[in-house]
Design a protein around this ligand. Structure first.
Ligand code: OOG
Ligand code: MG
Length: 254
């Protein structure tokens, strides 16, 4: 490793805490090393009392890949401290340069054995919801390469889950809009997520297996944004997913 694992984890953990951007990690980290750093960052958070409540995918849509210049699916983890209630408030002064994006969230109804070679993760999902993710890269100018963003827990900062619906209905081809103060700033379709949001679940399994992500009952899985992200400033932001409803958050300067 070109940087000691605990030094990289400290750097990223401190940047998040201080809401101060840091430099990218040294070149040459492998993907496996980057996931090890991510797990070390999460261990610092859980060591301070946070609880793991979910998993998130990144770069499952072409819009996101094109916006960020990274074209491989990545996985990060969500903690209870990152969750904002639907309709709740985010204090922007605790973040570096936050962006917001519309997502589809799944909920796991049972513990999953990720090593089961016949695993069909969609069978474990008991509910689906519209969601918002707030991302806040800890790197200066939101610039990173694949190992950087993986080590930085895939830019995860906060998330909001709208009303849950039972899984079962067709989830493909639904309109998605990111609406800021009443204006649709990004629009797309759930089909932008790997052709169908359930494909995100299929993509998650080998990554969870290879890089050690537990998938347990009650966990939330964010499928990855269907559109590009927008800057998150003061105001009211909604993710509207046709047939699923709305997730809403307000940004304020605390
Ligand atoms: C990385 C996170 C990507 C998504 O939904 O594609 C992501 C980033 O864009 O900073 O969460
Ligand atoms: Mg996202």
């Amino acid at each position: 490793m070109t940087i000691a694992l605990h030094d990289a984890a400290d750097l990223l953990d401190r940047a998040q805490h201080a809401a101060a951007a840091t430099a990218q990690l040294p070149e040459g980290l492998t993907l496996a090393e980057a996931y090890d750093i991510q797990h070390a960052v999460l261990a610092r958070r859980t060591g301070r009392g946070e609880r793991l409540v979910g998993t998130k995918l990144g770069f499952t849509s072409k819009a996101k890949m094109a916006q960020m210049g990274v074209s491989e699916i990545i996985v990060g983890q969500l903690t209870d401290a990152m969750q904002v209630p639907d309709g709740g408030v985010v204090d922007l002064s605790r973040l570096i340069h936050p962006r917001i994006e519309p997502e589809v969230a799944f909920r796991l109804g049972a513990d999953v054995d990720v090593d089961d070679p016949t695993l069909d993760l969609s069978r474990y999902v008991d509910a689906v919801a519209p969601a918002l993710e707030i991302i806040d890269s800890r790197y200066r100018d939101f610039r990173f390469n694949l190992p950087d963003v993986v080590a930085d827990n895939t830019s995860a900062a906060a998330f909001v889950i709208g009303p849950w619906s039972p899984i079962g209905d067709e989830l493909g081809g639904r309109e998605v809009a990111l609406v800021i103060d009443g204006v649709a700033v990004e629009t797309g379709s759930t089909d932008a997520i790997l052709g169908h949001p359930l494909e995100a679940l299929r993509a998650l399994v080998p990554i969870a297996r290879r890089h050690g992500f537990p998938l347990t009952e009650g966990q939330v899985i964010l499928a990855g944004a269907a559109t590009a992200a927008a800057a998150f400033g003061p105001g009211i932001v909604e993710a509207q997913v046709s047939g699923l409803g709305v997730a809403r958050v307000r940004g304020v300067h605390g």
